[in-house]
Design a protein around this ligand. Structure first.
Ligand code: HEC
Ligand code: HEC
Ligand code: HEC
Ligand code: HEC
Ligand code: HEC
Length: 218
């Protein structure tokens, strides 16, 4: 590498006088180009950190539900809470009323469990009635124009929950939900379950016939 200060001087001989008076730091940095680069690096770094924070609004689930304690300690299967109804439709997340089968003041699982007590205080009246429901945010929620059937994927396609949802079924607290302020999409959809991602998997599974518009947009 040649000395940058010398290169400057030979390129700008007519400015030689002015340059000599410039501060030492400026010449050490090699002039405006490295300042421009420095600015660029700062801008990119800020954009990297700041843009996602501005783009997404962060929301917490209405209750900090613990999946792991139910699948491990309580030994429950996923379909005890996320089953299909008699028409083969996916039941989604369970209703809060279903939780009262196992958690009421008069018939609770564990007197010493503070998180169970917190649940009872928030959702169950003294005479064991449901106080209110919880409006869960769905990380995978698609816009209304998209048709998605769980039974086709889970039963016919034999695809595991984890393949599309990651390890949520093993979580002890639900992670925050991030909503894209511009599109209203959840960050999970925006990052990994867009139109092209659905179609890629259909192609991988040798199902290209499912990539016609009307299959997903009925
Ligand atoms: C089939 C019975 C059953 C059902 C249905 C059930 N739970 Fe539980 N739940 C348990 C058992 C067992 C434990 C473990 C209690 C212990 O040993 O501390 C538990 C633990 C909990 C705890 C304590 C969490 C912790 O971190 O220790 C909360 C809160 C809770 N359940 C809420 C719910 C909610 C909300 C629902 C409905 C979506 C629900 N449960 C449905 C059996 C059930
Ligand atoms: C005791 C009932 C219960 C059991 C058993 C249970 N879940 Fe859940 N599940 C819930 C509740 C309540 C929510 C909503 C809160 C949340 O997102 O954590 C939920 C949400 C989810 C979601 C979030 C979907 C989305 O996009 O919002 C996934 C994925 C999920 N469960 C997978 C599983 C899997 C996999 C298993 C089995 C390993 C399982 N669950 C067992 C009650 C249960
Ligand atoms: C092929 C990918 C895929 C697989 C496999 C899959 N899901 Fe989903 N899941 C989705 C999509 C996409 C949505 C959003 C659907 C919508 O908004 O119409 C969703 C939504 C959900 C929701 C929120 C639904 C609601 O009504 O609130 C739950 C809970 C859920 N899935 C649980 C599961 C469980 C449990 C399994 C395994 C038995 C599973 N999913 C397998 C893609 C998948
Ligand atoms: C991990 C792989 C995978 C992903 C991701 C996936 N699919 Fe599929 N999908 C399949 C497979 C495999 C089938 C064929 C199931 C069968 O009939 O055997 C299928 C079938 C379908 C069908 C036709 C079955 C029916 O119910 O009419 C529709 C519609 C569909 N997928 C929509 C979607 C949408 C929308 C998404 C994205 C939100 C999506 N899929 C993401 C693997 C996937
Ligand atoms: C494999 C499933 C699948 C197929 C096939 C498919 N789409 Fe989509 N489409 C989606 C999903 C999922 C979304 C929402 C996520 C996104 O915007 O990428 C979407 C979103 C859209 C949107 C934006 C709607 C909105 O409200 O944001 C348009 C427009 C659209 N699709 C048109 C089409 C057209 C035209 C075709 C045929 C060339 C097609 N799609 C084929 C799954 C599919």
């Amino acid at each position: 590498m040649s000395d940058p200060t010398n290169a400057q001087v030979s390129n700008h001989e007519d400015k030689g006088q002015a340059r000599a008076k410039e501060p030492l730091l400026w010449s050490l940095l090699g002039g405006s180009w490295s300042l421009f680069l420095l600015g660029l690096i700062i801008a990119v770094a800020l954009g990297w950190g700041l843009w996602p924070t501005l783009l997404y609004s962060k929301k917490l689930q209405p209750f900090q539900f613990n999946h792991l304690v139910h699948t491990e300690t309580a030994g429950m299967a996923c379909d005890e809470c996320h089953g299909f109804d008699e028409h083969g439709r996916f039941a989604g997340a369970p209703k809060m009323a279903d939780c009262l089968e196992c958690h009421t003041w008069s018939d609770r699982q564990n007197e010493d469990n503070e998180r169970e007590t917190a649940f009872l205080e928030e959702f169950v009246t003294e005479d064991d009635q449901l106080k209110k429901n919880a409006a869960w945010y769905s990380y995978a929620k698609q816009p209304d124009c998209v048709y998605f059937s769980h039974i086709a994927h889970v039963e016919k396609g034999g695809i595991a929950c984890e393949e599309c949802h990651g390890l949520h079924g093993k979580s002890t607290v639900p992670r925050p939900y991030y909503e894209n302020r511009l599109t209203g999409y959840s960050r999970d959809v925006w990052e990994k379950m867009k139109m092209g991602d659905c179609a890629d998997c259909h192609t991988r599974h040798g199902q290209p016939e499912n990539n016609a518009c009307f299959v997903c947009h009925k």
